[in-house]
Design a protein around this ligand. Structure first.
Ligand SMILES: Cc1cc2nc3c(=O)[nH]c(=O)nc-3n(C[C@H](O)[C@H](O)[C@H](O)COP(=O)(O)OP(=O)(O)OC[C@H]3O[C@@H](n4cnc5c(N)ncnc54)[C@H](O)[C@@H]3O)c2cc1C
Length: 397
């Protein structure tokens, strides 16, 4: 949890409550506060800090390491046609919150298969890096323009129930805390999606329970689109290398990305391997996989140590003839992060459904339609668009 952000648990009544503390929530909060700085707002996050799927693991076991275990960086596929996004990215650049990512990106191909490399959606357009860690980027965004004192942050608070009546919303947390507000923003679709039934152990989707069918066409449509939205599960393996582990060559930039083509991904089970140089010069490695068999073999593994040895073995086999990457000794520390829903796929929700004036509820996140669907680009853009919609209806909001 960030130490310089306030947490107040005495007064639970707000003008606006934001559910979720990922990058979309932080962009929305920061833009909203710039235009409404007398409003009382709070953000509620189940995790211990900001960032959501673009956050950073600060391990208690492996001291001094900061590894971006979700999105390591982000790309903007097209800001030229979108002034709102372009201006915001420029603002982040001017304030030195982000910088252009000029790290080396290497495509690993299986030469024998002569398969052409299909570029990942994570590489198209311009790439950007956080000037800090990814988790700190969300924090900087929310602190922007000295706004940090204007927002209450509730961490480790999971909202499980939503209720609406004429005076506004009541949100209930798993611990039974009640928070009230005139308006709410959902930056995650957990409380709108059928996966909430299993995750929260409930028998009705919370938003459906709060707003029954046929009360608001927009909400009905939104829930229909989400009915057809699924999620890509992923595992990320965080490798804490030994003191003297370095590259074979003299590469000195902070990040280096290796993307595998399909046949290598099938063979080694890795999607990409990201080297992250630490402030203390140690070299961290984050390996992503979305191979379902591999994920299941982790879930069903009786012996986690054995599974970790498979990760080392695959890594060493993949890089056995590589000119820049050294072999691992196989006694490095590893932690494994399981992303049950790392990215949405399938049906994206139309941006026209972002706001219900009748129910005073707005939505943002990477689950909205557009080129940035399933990526940080989509998260940021949806938050900027939602804030514009709030401004347009400023009499009501
Ligand atoms: C392993 C991995 C790799 C990725 N790589 C890339 C990449 O290279 N490039 C890229 O652009 N994108 C990448 N992504 C996707 C990117 O991380 C997401 O698109 C982006 O971070 C989504 O931000 P968001 O604010 O929309 O949602 P989130 O980050 O999911 O934020 C929502 C927040 O809401 C909280 N929350 C949800 N429900 C509740 C509740 N009921 N109560 C309280 N809190 C709640 C969650 O804990 C979460 O912190 C990757 C994602 C993963 C997991």
């Amino acid at each position: 949890m960030s130490s310089n952000l306030r947490i107040i648990k005495s007064d639970f009544s707000y003008d606006l409550l934001i559910i979720g503390g990922g990058i979309s929530a932080c962009v929305f909060a920061s833009k909203y506060l710039q235009n409404n700085n007398s409003k009382k707002i709070a953000l509620i996050e189940v995790g211990r800090g900001l960032g959501g799927r673009s956050s950073t693991r600060i391990s208690k076991r492996f001291k001094g390491w900061k590894l971006n275990h979700g999105a390591p960086n982000f790309n903007i596929s097209n800001s030229e046609d979108n002034l709102l996004l372009k201006n915001y990215i420029n603002q982040l650049l001017e304030n030195k919150f982000i910088k252009i990512d000029d790290s080396e990106l290497i495509y690993l191909c299986d030469e024998a298969k002569l398969e052409t490399f299909k570029k990942s959606n994570f590489c198209c357009g311009e790439g950007y890096l956080s000037s800090f860690s990814m988790g700190e980027l969300s924090q900087k965004i929310i602190e922007f323009n000295d706004l940090r004192d204007k927002i209450d942050l509730f961490f480790e608070t999971l909202i499980v129930d939503l209720k609406f009546n004429n005076s506004g919303w009541t949100l209930t947390s798993k611990n039974g805390d009640k928070l009230k507000s005139k308006y709410i923003i959902c930056s995650s679709n957990l409380l709108l999606h059928k996966r909430s039934l299993k995750i929260l152990n409930i028998n009705q989707i919370p938003l459906r329970k709060a707003i029954p069918k046929n009360k608001d066409k927009k909400i009905d449509l939104l829930l229909n689109f989400l009915e057809k939205q699924s999620f890509i599960p992923r595992l990320t393996f965080l490798i804490y290398t030994n003191e003297k582990y370095t590259y074979k060559d003299f590469y000195s930039k902070k990040y280096r990305y290796f993307y595998l083509n399909k046949s290598l991904e099938n063979k080694y089970k890795f999607e990409r391997v990201i080297f992250q140089l630490q402030d203390n010069n140690k070299l961290g490695i984050v390996v992503h996989t979305k191979n379902l068999d591999f994920i299941n073999s982790y879930i069903n593994a009786k012996d986690e140590e054995l599974f970790k040895q498979t990760i080392f073995a695959n890594f060493n086999a993949l890089f056995s003839k590589n000119n820049s990457v050294n072999q691992l000794t196989c006694n490095e520390g590893i932690s494994i992060m399981k992303w049950r829903a790392s990215q949405p796929y399938g049906s994206a929700v139309p941006l026209s459904l972002q706001l219900s004036k009748k129910y005073r509820i707005g939505f943002c996140g990477d689950w909205f339609e557009g080129e940035g669907f399933g990526r940080i680009e989509g998260s940021i853009l949806s938050a900027l668009r939602l804030e514009e919609k709030f401004k347009t209806h400023s009499n009501n909001f």
